[in-house]
Ligand binder design. Structure first.
Ligand code: APR
Ligand code: ZN
Length: 235
């Protein structure tokens, strides 16, 4: 499974590219980039506190639940660009958040700066409240921030490690499903071609997209994901 903002849209969490380059009335670079953080960390933390509460108030939808149902029969890996925890809250177990997770916080110096993959500070923690200004890292005194990947920051994920999974999917007649992503930004544009050799591939999206040899299920993620899960589960 590979998902984007369209998966959570029907839970009331807005998608990005529909919003004129603004994110909840902010310029994206002001609230979701290292530049914004340097300029005004209070604004960034306020912005993510609002996102944190919005996600907390939202519920998983039928699409999340359909993905969770697939686990009863299949080995499901969820790679998502979403920073909400709605997949986990619907019962999904293997979830990789390419762009981080809003409900975790980390030290502002949690940056991979050494060639051997070590971080300048590795502090991260789950949270039941958003990071606040003045809330400092217990290891190094840095300001805590949400554990999300901002524009201009690197995604740390081993894409080469996916080749074994792709081989397994090919051998076992496995399935690759893309749901609710415009696939315009990296790493989505980088990840999708990796799954090209898989025979059974589906795209679920509200709008028609160039589909190649994918089966396109055009419509809301909730209805389409339920339909596909029913089909795959033989229900
Ligand atoms: N059901 C199915 N698809 C939907 C629905 C829905 N209810 N609502 C929207 N979509 C589709 C849109 O048609 C679009 O193709 O979901 C896609 C959402 O695309 P984007 O807004 O570009 O979101 P995403 O692909 O997740 O963006 C990737 O870019 O902005 C950054 O970091 C951000 O993680 C995000 C990344
Ligand atoms: Zn630290």
């Amino acid at each position: 499974m590979f998902s984007g903002a369209g998966l959570s849209a029907e839970s009331g969490i807005p998608t990005f590219r529909d919003s004129d380059g603004l994110w909840e009335n902010h310029r994206i670079e002001d609230v979701a980039s290292p530049y914004g953080w340097e300029r005004d960390p209070a604004l960034v933390l306020d912005f993510y506190a609002s996102r944190f509460h919005a996600v907390g108030a939202a519920q998983p939808n039928e699409a999340h639940r359909s993905i969770a149902r697939l686990q009863a029969k299949f080995n499901v890996l969820n790679i998502t660009q979403n920073i909400d925890d709605l997949l986990e809250r619907s019962g999904c177990r293997s979830v990789v958040h390419l762009h981080g997770l809003l409900t975790r916080r980390k030290c502002e110096f949690h940056r991979e700066i050494f060639a051997d993959g070590r971080f300048s500070c590795d502090f991260k923690t789950d949270q039941d409240a958003p990071a606040k200004l003045g809330e400092l890292c217990p290891k190094c005194g840095g300001q805590l921030r949400p554990d999300v990947v901002w524009f201009g920051e690197a995604v740390s994920f081993d894409f080469d490690g996916l080749s074994a999974l792709v081989e397994e999917l090919c051998q076992n007649d496995g399935v690759f499903i893309c749901v609710g992503t415009s696939a315009q930004v990296t790493p989505a544009s980088h990840l999708i071609p990796i799954f090209a050799p898989v025979r059974n591939k589906y795209i679920i999206d509200l709008r028609t997209q160039p589909t190649g040899d994918y089966t396109l299920l055009e419509g809301p993620a909730t209805a389409m994901m339920k339909k596909l899960a029913d089909e795959l589960l033989g229900e």
